[in-house]
Design a protein around this ligand. Structure first.
Ligand code: TK8
Length: 332
């Protein structure tokens, strides 16, 4: 009899402990980021974690990692797809092998303004692109922005495609970017972001292109003398979670997580846009030559990229492109 009581008590204790543990153990959501802890995307992800923790205390534990510690954009995204990593905030450009629809953002000069970007992100096209990702096992939680990409180099002030001739420029791992830089006269070479600073320092490349917040926050000005404000591509930073993992969450949680991601995106875009304005002056003060192009100079870059459209328009498809352009011109 005594033995039975002890057995029952022990069992009850064990069940109690297990249940208590399950209850107190928050689900860890690691998010991989490529840039550093000062970048708006990292800060946006942190904000996401705070909002989520306020709404569902103790249930999810968001951990944000910077500097490609969990892998570069391509690898981290693959890990999210495979379910070995929970989340990533990544550029869309290196993922177009997986989701070709996203190539539409890579067409040079297709997005003229932040307003136009918002209209794409927050309208039917944003939803369609998210659906394309979902078919590949990845759920898009929010559109952050990386922003307008500007060209930096260490050789000379680039004001025209002719000035780019022969310069070795790092691009993202994206076929349109490679083709566009070839068309503009450069000698492009694809490379993961985490290798770019060292490559510039060791002069294995002459330059790279990224938005102003990244150029400043990653201290590229230490190894690059010139920034040309080309604004040739506007890039999204997309916040992704594994679809299988997502589907395992209760519907109520999904709603809260999605809303927290959206809220963090509003914050992230605003912060990125502020830094995009403010940091041009920082760069000048640090001794960088900032080259603002006249409308004629800008047009020369646009014209140089015409051949890219000839190749890629049919690949991307008329329906998507027409809708994209209509959305852009309505938003301006
Ligand atoms: C960071 C990248 C970066 C991108 C690049 O992971 O690779 O140049 O602009 O922001 O997503």
């Amino acid at each position: 009899m005594k033995k039975v009581v002890i057995f029952i008590l022990t069992l009850a204790l064990a069940i109690g402990l297990t249940a208590g543990q399950a209850f107190s153990q928050a689900k860890v959501l690691k998010i991989s980021n490529g840039i550093n802890e000062q970048h708006p995307s990292y800060l946006g992800n942190k904000r996401f974690g705070e909002i989520l923790n306020a709404k569902l205390p103790g249930k999810y534990n968001v951990q944000v990692y910077a500097n490609s510690q969990l892998g570069d954009d391509v690898r981290a995204t693959e890990a999210v797809r495979m379910g070995t990593l929970e989340m990533v905030t990544t550029s869309a450009s290196p993922l177009t092998g997986l989701v070709p629809e996203f190539n539409v953002f890579d067409l040079p000069f297709i997005i003229p303004s932040e307003k136009a970007a918002d209209a794409i992100f927050d309208g039917p096209i944003g939803a369609k692109l998210a659906a394309a990702l979902e078919k590949k096992g990845i759920k898009l939680l929010a559109y952050y922005e990386n922003g307008f990409r500007q060209l930096t180099n260490s050789a000379r002030p680039v004001k025209s495609p002719a000035d780019l001739k022969g310069l070795k420029i790092r691009t993202m791992q994206n076929p349109i970017h490679l083709e566009a830089f070839r068309a503009m006269g450069a000698n492009p070479t694809p490379m993961p972001f985490s290798e770019v600073f060292t490559a510039m320092q060791q002069k294995t490349i002459d330059g790279q292109e990224n938005p102003i917040p990244t150029i400043w926050l990653s201290k590229f000005y230490e190894v690059q003398k010139y920034v040309s404000l080309t604004g040739h591509v506007y890039g999204p930073h997309i916040m992704l979670i594994g679809k299988k993992l997502w589907d395992s969450f209760p519907a109520g949680d999904q709603q809260i997580i999605a809303a927290a991601a959206q809220e963090s995106a509003v914050y992230q875009r605003a912060l990125n846009r502020k830094m995009n304005k403010d940091f041009v002056e920082n760069l000048r003060k640090a001794g960088t030559t900032v080259i603002e192009l006249t409308p004629e100079q800008h047009k020369a870059f646009v014209d140089a990229c015409a051949s890219v459209y000839t190749t890629w328009e049919p690949k991307i498809g008329k329906a998507l492109l027409d809708e994209f352009r209509a959305t852009v011109s309505k938003a301006k």
